[in-house]
Design a protein around this ligand. Structure first.
Ligand code: NAI
Ligand code: 15L
Length: 274
């Protein structure tokens, strides 16, 4: 069941990355908020349900992305490389792709974008620190660097062209927290829906960075500068704590995976040979 009450707020919404993990979650949950939900990916999207439009597009294809944004009121941009990968795919999807998206938004008159950034933009902060949106970025890999690029690009398109963006620094959005780190980073699927709908409907979004987390007891992130978005998480990782801690005894506290907020990502890549 939807975590927010259904209402038709948009004519046409675009969801990129719709064939992915979170795309599958939001495909069901954004439909009540628009007359038409345009779904895009390079992977198979299955059959179109009533009120859905399916568009196959590669984000690095400038013309395809320009056409993708025609007639769209707002974009939820999930598409792209979602883990640490070699530079070539990151460049195509997360650098060129996000540039194509903002150029298309400018040319097609789209006024609001919800951009799936990541906690890996700030993954080299320590787990004993609490940070907010004004702390400088400290990416934990090329993936995090590419998301920081998207955040900066969207800032420029707001300052120059007035295109509003909410950058979601999503933590770990899964049905349940899987490990100790995720007790702090977990975002439930219901709270993801609440967050995205709040970003789409906030009267004034401007350019905002918000950490995508549930109302977890352990927390490394402070959303004080995103209060105007009106996101109210209703879930918490706490009911999962005992099971997680039993399953995963505390690891070596000098291990970088335990020290840094980015967890295992601080060990990954770069993959290109020396
Ligand atoms: P995912 O990898 O399951 O989905 C990404 C989708 O983008 C895929 O369906 C893929 O086919 C598509 N895609 C990749 N390259 C593309 C290209 N060049 N052109 C067009 N489409 C392309 O990722 P997931 O988990 O659904 O995440 C969605 C977004 O949220 C991603 O941008 C990810 O970086 C971000 N995010 C997700 C988190 C999570 O916990 N799932 C945490 C932090 C950020
Ligand atoms: C991310 O950015 C990834 O897209 C996702 O797969 C998770 O690994 C998440 O971060 C995380 O930090 O748990």
């Amino acid at each position: 069941m939807s975590a927010t009450s259904p209402s038709l707020l948009f004519g046409r919404l675009l969801l990129t990355g719709a064939a992915g993990g979170l795309g599958g979650v939001l495909r069901q949950r954004l439909k009540p908020h628009c007359a038409v939900l345009r779904l895009s990916d390079l992977a198979d999207l299955g059959e179109a349900a009533a009120g859905e439009e399916l568009v196959s597009a590669r984000l690095e294809d400038t013309d395809a992305v320009l056409a993708l944004l025609a007639g769209v009121d707002a974009v939820v941009h999930l598409g792209g490389v979602s883990t640490e990968q070699p530079w070539a795919p990151i460049l195509q999807a997360n650098i060129i792709g996000v540039y194509n998206l903002y150029e298309a938004a400018r040319k097609q008159g789209v006024k609001r974008v919800v951009f799936a950034s990541s906690n890996h933009v700030t993954g080299y902060y320590r787990q004993d620190e609490v940070i907010d949106a004004r702390n400088p970025v400290r990416p934990d890999g090329l993936y995090g660097v590419s998301k920081a690029f998207g955040e900066n690009l969207s800032r420029f398109y707001f300052d120059r062209y007035g295109i509003e963006t909410v950058c979601l620094r999503i933590g770990s959005c899964l049905p349940e927290p899987r490990d100790r780190r995720m007790l702090a980073t977990w975002l439930s699927h219901d709270d993801l829906e609440r967050l995205v709908v709040a970003c789409l409907t906030a009267p004034l979004a401007g350019h905002t960075v918000i950490f995508g987390m549930s109302d977890n007891t352990t927390s490394w992130w402070d959303n004080r500068y995103a209060a105007h978005i009106g996101y109210r998480p209703q879930d918490s990782s706490e009911p999962f704590r005992a099971a997680v801690q039993t399953r995963q005894p505390q690891a070596d506290t000098t291990d970088p995976v335990v020290v840094y907020q980015g967890g295992g990502f601080v060990r990954l890549g770069p993959f290109d040979p020396v």
